[in-house]
Design a protein around this ligand. Structure first.
Ligand code: UP5
Ligand code: MG
Length: 346
């Protein structure tokens, strides 16, 4: 592939928190004309030294591109408004690193900035996202099927239960509240759950370009649904819901099977019963609401995994990339489907 045939440069870079306010800001795909750099590399529009390059969105930088890669110094570099180099990072990464501290150059000021890559212009409203809610009793296979759709079909799997557990482990100010609700098998307050969900969705869209979402274990109550409307708006069309129907005796067996390795504080008979009661009392009314709007795909989740997955795959087909849908099963998918054993734990 020649440099002129490279994919169009469509990423946006946000630089913030530097000790130098004139460096903070949004950087957009560079419009600098094709040129030859000091290392002799001829670059096409939007590229410099064979890697993507960006200008300041406010156009105020004396240098274009203002964020680019130097072959001579093997480093990414960010300029101040006057065009002088302020921050750099020595590496060969294809994009400006977002996970390491940048070096403060002599015309810069500490602390080094944080750098975020956006797939969509953060100044514009986000593109339309496809959201599917996945509901079902504890152990009905929501996590398994959503992992399959993520590994195999490229959908982004967000489990509100997992988001809550991660937040609890991070030990922030809501950690103790989350723990008390989860162990009691009750629902964590809306403002915690929906805020985590929104943050995770926006992050996946802006930073990873994801538009297809499976929300595993949400909404678990009409109250959750109110939280959803408050954050995402009442006008938006109600998402589709996959409902995993499964008798209690099967759920119980699966949860107790999983308890041997899951390490979850709620994978025991007592919590399991409380979770099931909460599910019937709180989640089933949301199911009725979605049924009344013809938004539910009923899935018999007591069937074998391959049969359940076939239904899930078909119901996501309209928004799944056909190339991904056609690819053979990955090893991880085979494990999730029970067709291949998981590697032994050491
Ligand atoms: N398995 C899966 N599918 C199978 C099949 N077809 N045939 C045979 N076996 C199958 O599956 C469970 C087990 O069954 C696994 O071993 C699997 O291999 C096997 P899994 O995919 O893990 O089921 P899942 O439905 O995800 O069960 P989970 O226990 O995660 O469901 P819960 O809804 O109870 O748990 P969640 O993590 O969503 O929530 C936990 C708690 O967080 C809640 O009780 C609540 O306190 C809190 N919470 C909120 O407050 N608000 C929220 O919005 C979300 C959670
Ligand atoms: Mg789960």
């Amino acid at each position: 592939m020649t440099s002129n045939a490279l994919k169009p440069n469509t990423l946006f870079i946000e630089v913030s928190g530097s000790g130098l306010p004139e460096v903070d800001g949004l950087f957009v795909p560079s419009t600098a004309p094709a040129a030859e750099s000091e290392s002799g590399t001829v670059s096409s529009l939007g590229y410099w030294n064979g890697k993507m390059a960006w200008d300041r969105a406010d156009g105020k930088c004396a240098r274009s591109p203002a964020l680019s890669y130097s072959n001579s110094y093997s480093s990414w570099r960010i300029c101040r408004l006057d065009g002088h180099l302020a921050y750099d990072i020595t590496c060969d990464d294809a994009l400006p690193p977002t996970d390491r501290a940048w070096h403060v150059y002599k015309k810069g000021v500490a602390p080094a900035p944080s750098v975020v890559v956006h797939h969509f212009d953060p100044r514009k409203p986000l593109p339309k996202r496809n959201v599917v809610f996945v509901l079902g009793g504890p152990g009905s296979g929501k996590g398994t099927m959503c992992s399959l759709a993520s590994t195999q079909l490229g959908w982004t799997h967000l489990s509100t239960g997992d988001l809550l557990r991660t937040e609890r482990e991070a030990g922030g100010e809501t950690a103790a509240t989350i723990e008390s609700y989860i162990t009691a098998g009750e629902l964590v307050p809306n403002e915690i759950t929906v805020t985590l969900l929104k943050k995770a969705m926006d992050n996946a869209t802006h930073q990873h370009g994801k538009l297809n979402f499976l929300l595993d274990g949400f909404p678990r109550s009409l109250d959750n649904m109110d939280g959803w409307y408050e954050v995402f708006g009442r006008e938006a069309e109600l998402p589709k819901m996959l409902y995993f129907e499964c008798p209690f005796s099967v759920l119980e067996q699966r949860i107790l099977g999983r308890a041997k390795y899951s390490g979850r504080s709620d994978d025991n008979i007592e919590s399991m019963k409380l979770r099931f009661d909460t599910f019937k009392a709180k989640a089933l009314p949301t199911l009725d609401l979605f049924r009344s709007q013809n938004k539910v795909v009923e899935v018999d989740a007591s069937q074998g995994r391959e049969d359940v997955y076939a239904v899930v795959k078909a119901s996501l087909a309209a928004h799944t990339d056909p190339a991904l849908a056609a690819q053979p099963l990955t090893e991880k998918s085979e494990m999730l489907l029970g067709l291949r054993p998981y590697p032994k734990r050491s």
